[in-house]
Design a protein around this ligand. Structure first.
Ligand SMILES: [Zn+2]
Length: 177
């Protein structure tokens, strides 16, 4: 019995308009290391992006690319600079258009994807969508590992038992006459 391979490698160059016309769907993985800008934002690009896309044409003849792309990405925590794993996901609701003008006329639910005729780089399209969803800064959700050693350096300035004013108070308080 052979299990269905879910880690099929996604093709880089496709003809999105043709795919939409034919109503194809595309599932597969892309290595983060193949997406240079995303790899640069990561401290460990040895993970995969899972992609599931549907191509089609809607009632208004928009050629659509819908679906999702997601990965577990290791980035540097901006507090302790140690790696922190974040869940990076993008929902795609793209309508393929020829130019900016036509992109502006799209309904709100759709994002314009300006493409010329023929083949397009699917990896760039996916990478753009993921980068839009990448948080500017990431932190460990719980406390950072390094924080405990920081805390030890801050000691209380004086322990209360050896407070010299307290001793003075006691002297003053003693009956005078
Ligand atoms: Zn941290």
């Amino acid at each position: 019995m052979s299990s269905t391979p879910s880690n099929k490698h996604l093709p880089r160059l496709i003809d999105p308009r043709k795919f939409a016309q034919q109503g194809l769907s595309l599932n597969g993985n892309v290595a983060v290391s193949e997406l240079s800008r995303l790899a640069e934002a990561s401290v460990d690009p040895s993970t995969d992006v899972e992609v599931a896309l549907e191509f089609g044409v809607d009632e208004e003849k928009h050629r659509l690319i819908t679906g999702s792309a997601q990965c577990r990405l290791k980035v540097a925590c901006q507090r302790c600079l140690e790696p922190v794993e974040i869940n990076l996901a993008a929902e795609l609701n793209l309508a393929i258009v020829w130019d900016e003008e036509r992109a502006k006329q799209l309904p709100r639910a759709l994002d314009g994807l300006i493409l010329g005729e023929g083949q397009a780089d699917l990896y760039t399209i996916i990478e753009d969508e993921l980068l839009l969803n990448l948080p500017m800064v990431s932190y460990h959700e719980e406390e950072c590992i390094e924080q405990t050693s920081f805390g030890e350096e801050v000691e209380e300035e004086a322990s209360q038992t050896s407070n010299p004013f307290q001793v003075l108070e006691q002297l003053k308080g003693s009956p005078k006459s």
